[in-house]
Design a protein around this ligand. Sequence first.
Ligand code: ZN
Length: 432
Amino acid sequence: MNYIEAMMDFIRRSPTAFHAVANLRSMLEEGGFCPLNECAPWQLVPGGSYYVTRNQSSIIAFRVPKGPVDHFQLVASHSDFPCFKLKPSARREANGYAMLNVEKYGGMIMQTWFDRPLSIAGRAVVRTGEGLEARLVTLDRDLALIPNLPIHFNRAVNDGVKLNPQVDMLPVYGLAGTDYMDLVAASLDVDRADILGCDLYLVNRDAPRIWGAAGEYVASPRLDDLECAYASVRALLEAKPSNHVDVACVFDNEEVGSATRQGADSSFLSEVMRRIVQALGGEQPLEAAMARSMMLSADNAHGVHPTHPEKYDDNNRVALNGGVVVKFNAAQKYTSDGVSQAIFEWICKNAGVPVQRFANRSDIAGGSTLGNIANTHASMITVDIGLAQLSMHAANESAGAHDLAYMVRAMRAFHETEVCVMGDGRIRIGER
Ligand code: ZN
């Protein structure tokens, strides 16, 4: 399968976390995974494949073994990315223009959002005959744009300019008098008065594309972290059934700290694990199953910049197309330690997947991700991994076109390898 083309199509069709989760659901259902509802009891069958969502923006998919549940082998990633969110009353007009009042969601390079076609997507809560229903909103057209000030009025623009999101980042979407909510209602074919609530975002309209003399690179909005989210579900679909529970979790809200109902800092994962062990765990308590489990926390990494190598550690820098990255941090913002590194790199070596190691310079504070946060609720051996990319949190990010296949192969090999955590630093690793 051509993973990169399939991932580019997935990202193009996933302008928000809601859409990403809807598209992952479709992939899983095509692969025979059955939906579960958090609000109802679960009937799990040994050997079955299931998924469950929360808030329409996080998803946990899993395949249970034919025998009793011994432990879990999980891959976690995130469905969200930095962008702009429309405020509840977003309609603004000035100087003949209709504009949107937006605020930042996450930390993006704001400069990269100027002068490119944008649109609106998200969800709207619609009044129905029975109550309310949240529906996806996709205005699939070039709708809005944030104009730069001309250089003639801003001669210092190339010397670094301070941007105020309240003033400088408001997109224009038409002539004064236009109301974006009319467009939203028309797209859903509902009466405007029947839309009682919204979660709407500005969307970068750029399509993902391959670039480079030999097609070495892929440029795309939302690569961090939809690339790993796609890889994790693709790998789960491809992995042969195992003797443990194989899981792919894609959490929302990583870019704003994960502390939401559906984020990695919620009860979502630990409750799913508890329900699985209750249904199929036999005599084993959840605590033992959790202690015997392992997680890959998958979020993209910083590939070395072509002209700013001084920002990277001399020994622990990584390259695009160099393979899967294992991320380290002494303060354990990245969860990797000697044990999880050894297990993961062993599996990659057996699978023929190249591995590179990343650590920040000691005088630069790096980013954080979701593995350490998920561990405060579901604690287990965890390794932080990712794929090297450039321009993290720009409107378009770039990665190596060959790396995605390495990641899918590594995740699939992780699921197909039996990792038995014995306690006291002893691990048994076997093929299925
Ligand atoms: Zn990320």
